[in-house]
Design a protein around this ligand. Structure first.
Ligand code: NG6
Ligand code: CA
Length: 504
């Protein structure tokens, strides 16, 4: 008799663990440049983020979760494709007129969910290129391929970043609110006319650059790249968060019969940081802190919409960020002056751009009320794993070349296991390999500091080895003390590199 009971318990458990065929809605809230220490639930005390903290309280807060890279484009590429971006040329931080970096033929996260019957939407920052590329994309016509060609049924995006032209929204295949009589042109090679630029006319600016960002002036702020025309289509930086939230809410309302997948990619807290007037001054930390408050408010609005639609208990919400934090990322916005004792990267060294943990160790919260038991988890995982994990959630299998670096960490995401991956490759200037408490950083010839941002890049021509459980701040390089371990990890990284895949 007891074995029968065990049998039933066993099958019940494994069916639950595998969730074969279960199709909860999935909402990914993907922040920009928000660091491990930027949110209240991760220890921030000078900025208040009650909505995110509430999500963490009723969900699972991860302590060793990573963005695939320490900058935006490679992180987003890896998240969507399940392939480490460093395997592909041309996946570094892209200009605003870049061609789509993904092969539309390959499996992506939205395409996988669509296969399982989901309606999929992309709202917010894209930064993966769109159209045929520089000089060839017609911003006044149909812009493709883009999000809609890689698995999204609907798309409303900032093409690149807030600090890069074109400063317009693209809805579906078209620039929103474009007047055909005022053609939009974009160039990253040379000015398109003799309009004043940030460099030639700094007196026209409402926010001045601290480095770069001195080309076309759009809405009083000079950006990276040149654009002319498209005046009716230009966005208002201060309204951006509200515009994206409204689009996301419309999608949620329309899709409540489910299942749906929403990728809500905020612009906060990337530069230029221009919070809406109702958040300006709220944090006492200048625009960077105010944009954190704005981000939190957007999260609250989305969760409220899920509640109002009655779908919250059937929705898996994942909140994370595309890379670690940066304080001065190119505009004089008081972020450095008003930082005080706020530590954007929490206990980790470095930040955005860095090989140190601050580059990719980011907030990661999973909530699914009634399904995911609240708590915290030290499981090692990466956003590159979402593809294989969502495949498992929806009862699908990855085959062949699909998601070559994506591992199924669903049991960890749902809190059924505290074990994630065994090892993980982190990408910044060079590659690092994490295994257990160990971190190997391959030799790097680059500079010690990214001077403009003052970020420690974590380069050492000899390579580095750290033990993070006893030395989270990566202060003691054990390369010469642990030569064997150093060699082993270097060899493992070399194997992952040459194998072209790491998925078991
Ligand atoms: C850098 C920009 C920085 C930011 C970053 C991309 C300069 C001097 N710096 O080149 O401001 O835009 O690219 O950020 O131009 S990311 O989060 O999209 O990767
Ligand atoms: Ca970013």
């Amino acid at each position: 008799m007891p074995w029968l009971v065990l049998f039933f318990l066993g099958t019940g458990f494994s069916a639950r663990a595998a969730s074969a065929g279960s199709r909860p809605n999935v909402v990914l809230i993907y922040a920009d440049d928000i660091g491990y220490g930027d949110l209240g639930c991760y220890g921030a005390h000078r900025v208040s983020t009650p909505n995110v903290d509430g999500l963490a309280r009723e969900g699972l807060r991860f302590l060793d979760a990573h963005s695939p890279a320490a900058t935006c484009t490679p992180s987003r590429y890896a998240l969507l494709t399940g392939e480490y971006a460093w395997r592909r040329k041309g996946t570094g931080v892209l200009p605003g007129d870049a061609a789509l970096v993904m092969d539309p033929a390959r499996l992506t996260l939205p395409a996988l969910l669509r296969r399982a019957g989901y309606r999929t939407a992309m709202v917010g920052k894209w930064h993966l290129g769109m159209g045929p590329g520089p000089g060839r994309t017609d911003w006044n016509g149909e812009i493709r391929p883009g999000p809609m060609e890689v698995g999204f049924d609907e798309s409303f995006v900032i093409p690149a970043t807030g600090d890069r032209v074109p400063c317009v929204y693209v809805e579906g295949h078209r620039v929103l609110k474009l007047d055909p009589a005022d053609a939009l042109r974009v160039s990253f090679a040379a000015p398109l006319d003799d309009s004043p630029t940030g460099r030639s006319h700094p007196e026209l600016l409402t926010m001045r650059p601290s480095h770069g960002h001195d080309m076309s002036i759009i809405a009083g702020i000079s950006r990276i790249g040149y654009m002319t025309g498209g005046k009716t289509a230009r966005w208002s930086d201060a309204d951006m968060s509200d515009v994206l939230v409204e689009r996301a809410r419309q999608f949620l309302k329309r899709s409540r019969s489910g299942p749906f997948f929403l990728s809500f990619n905020t612009h906060d807290v990337h530069v230029p940081r221009v919070p809406h007037a109702r958040f300006a001054g709220r944090s006492g930390m200048g625009p960077r802190g105010d944009c954190l408050v704005q981000f939190d408010d957007a999260v609250g609005a989305l969760l409220a919409e899920l509640d109002a639609s009655g779908v919250r208990s059937n929705t898996l919400v994942i909140l994370s960020s595309d890379n670690g934090p940066v304080v001065d990322d190119g505009y004089r916005d008081d972020a450095v002056e008003k930082l005080g004792d706020h530590r954007p990267a929490g206990p980790w060294r470095g930040g955005k751009y860095s090989n140190f943990e601050g580059g990719t160790r980011v907030p990661f919260i999973v909530s699914w009320p009634g399904r995911v038991t609240p708590g915290e988890s030290s499981a090692l995982l990466s956003q590159v794993d979402l593809l294989a994990s969502m495949a498992s959630l929806t009862g699908q299998a990855l085959v062949g070349e699909e998601g070559p670096d994506s591992q199924n960490v669903l049991p960890a995401l749902l809190g059924e296991s505290r074990t994630g991956r065994e090892s993980l490759v982190e990408q910044a200037g060079v590659l690092s390999l994490r295994r257990g408490p160990w971190k190997y950083i391959e030799p790097g010839q680059g500079a010690k500091y990214n001077l403009p941002t003052r970020t420690e890049l974590g380069n050492d021509p000899e390579g580095q080895l750290y033990r993070l459980d006893t030395d989270p701040g990566e202060t003691r390089n054990l390369r010469t003390e642990e030569p064997e371990r150093f060699r082993d990890l270097a060899a493992e990284l070399a194997r992952i590199r040459t194998a072209g895949r790491s998925r078991p």
